[in-house]
Design a protein around this ligand. Structure first.
Ligand SMILES: *Cc1c(COP(=O)(O)O)cnc(C)c1O
Length: 443
């Protein structure tokens, strides 16, 4: 007789429910209202009973006010661009939390007056690379290159090898980035071979600097030649070296990967690098080199537009001073240990009836670094159908599809994440991975 839709509680009365009111305080009104509206909509269609609207609304609440969700990287790609590149160390996360409120980023607490912004992070970077006379930090490596071109080469030439005109990703190209500043690119040599004399012949009064860009995301072999850094440094104009991945010193497992200390010792006037690749820290662009040049960059008007925020400075300092960040630990992990971890995890899964096996795999550095390097690793292999189930579970686990199986590579899974992986796989196997409806996947 009466329309059941009449019984659906109104928005104000649902918002007054203690659980919903509490959510308004942590998530804010609009997100909670959206969850309530979704529950009311389901009641109107008859999908749920009117008296279940509050429970349903609670179920629709997002976990936090930000749509980004933590995921577990089980891809075996150490620096995964789609997954936010380097995961921060516990120390760096803690530093971010500490700096999140008001902080002394630009204030001297003893003297009670303005202090150099980010001095702790800059000091840590300078100490980590004693060969650098001065250091500066900007938004990312692209910003570091942009600042070099803006400050040192307006209306002048940047001499660069044709073999180093690199596309970084998503259609972004270093030569276009540099040209956008009004600097002219003077391309020398060929795709496969560029000699010191090619640079020497191109250098003239218009030359602002010579740029060497690490071919980080591809590898050419065969009939190739590249100019030696120390010879380029002796040609006269400043040598700027984009080392890419942010190794501050040579790494035994990555012999082809350039590092800041070696480049500076070879005579580079400036080195640029990313903070969130092999350094294992936050997104940042590191600039290291001669004091006069670094000061010119720092004083350029655009430097203000490229500067980093307090959270980045906090995370960078903790990455440099604190314990080994996850990317470095993953790089150094012993294959036998990974195999043992994979075996234990597979065994626990099989004990619960999940068809899991241990597979030998090859992990990769990723993030456009060391494409020629593969790292022997071990994975738990599951039926392919687990791929999407794990991706959309309460704690998303991102594996990789290979050999018709869903592989969870242990090299990129922290030991502290193993229990979560186990629970995620069990939930997926039991069809209990339906928590995903609570939050839309992050885009
Ligand atoms: C990754 C990379 C860049 C871009 O660095 P971002 O920090 O992503 O801006 C530039 N040059 C090289 C050689 C790289 O490897």
């Amino acid at each position: 007789m009466s329309d059941p839709r009449r019984l659906i509680p109104g928005t104000d009365s649902v918002l007054a429910e203690p659980r919903i009111a509490a959510a308004v305080r942590t998530l804010g009104r609009p997100l909670v209202k959206a969850a309530v509206a979704e529950a009311q909509r389901r009641a109107r269609t008859g999908e749920i009973a009117p008296e279940d609207v509050v429970d349903a609304a609670v179920g629709h609440l997002p976990e936090r006010a930000c749509g980004l969700r933590p995921v577990i990287n089980a891809t075996g790609v150490l620096v995964h661009t789609n997954l936010g590149r380097a995961p921060l160390s516990g120390a760096a996360r803690d530093a971010v939390m500490a700096a999140a409120g008001c902080t002394d980023v630009e204030f001297d607490l003893t003297e009670g007056r303005r202090a150099r912004r980010g001095r702790g992070a800059l000091a840590a970077l300078a100490e980590a690379v004693p060969d650098a006379r001065a250091v500066h930090v900007v938004n990312n490596n692209a910003a570091a290159l942009l600042l070099c071109a803006l400050a040192l080469a307006p209306g002048r030439e940047i001499v660069i090898s044709r073999g180093e005109l690199v596309e970084i990703g998503d259609g972004f190209r270093i030569p276009e980035l540099l040209a956008s500043t009004g600097a002219r690119l003077r391309e020398v040599g060929t795709t496969n071979r560029t000699h010191v004399r090619d640079y020497a012949e191109a250098i003239g009064p218009d030359t602002a600097f010579v740029l060497k860009v690490h071919a980080s995301n591809f590898h050419i072999s065969g009939f190739t030649a590249a100019a030696d850094m120390s010879e380029l440094a002796r040609l006269g104009p400043p040598l700027v070296v984009d080392i890419g991945s942010g190794l501050l010193a040579p790494h035994p497992l990555l012999p082809r990967e350039p590092d800041a200390a070696t480049a500076l010792r070879a005579g580079a006037a400036l080195v640029t690098a990313s903070g969130d690749k092999l350094l294992g820290g936050p997104q940042a662009g590191l600039l290291l080199g001669e004091a006069g040049l670094v000061e010119r960059l720092r004083r350029h008007p655009a430097a203000r537009a490229l500067r980093v925020d307090k959270l980045t400075l906090a995370a960078l300092e903790a990455t440099l001073r604190g314990p080994e960040p996850p990317v470095r630990a993953a790089l150094a992990a012993d294959e036998a240990v990974l195999r043992e971890r994979a075996s234990r995890l597979a065994e626990r899964l099989r004990a619960e009836g999940v068809p899991a096996e241990v597979l030998r795999t090859e992990a990769a550095v990723g993030g456009g670094g060391a494409p020629e390097v593969t790292l022997p690793s071990a994975a738990v292999g599951l039926p392919a159908r687990f791929g999407p189930l794990l991706r959309t579970g309460a704690v998303p686990v991102i594996g990789r599809l290979e050999r018709g199986r869903c592989l969870l590579d242990l090299r990129t899974v922290g030991a502290e994440e193993e229990q979560s992986v186990l629970e995620a796989v069990l939930a997926a196997a039991g069809g209990r991975g339906d928590d995903h409806r609570r939050e839309p996947p992050c885009r």
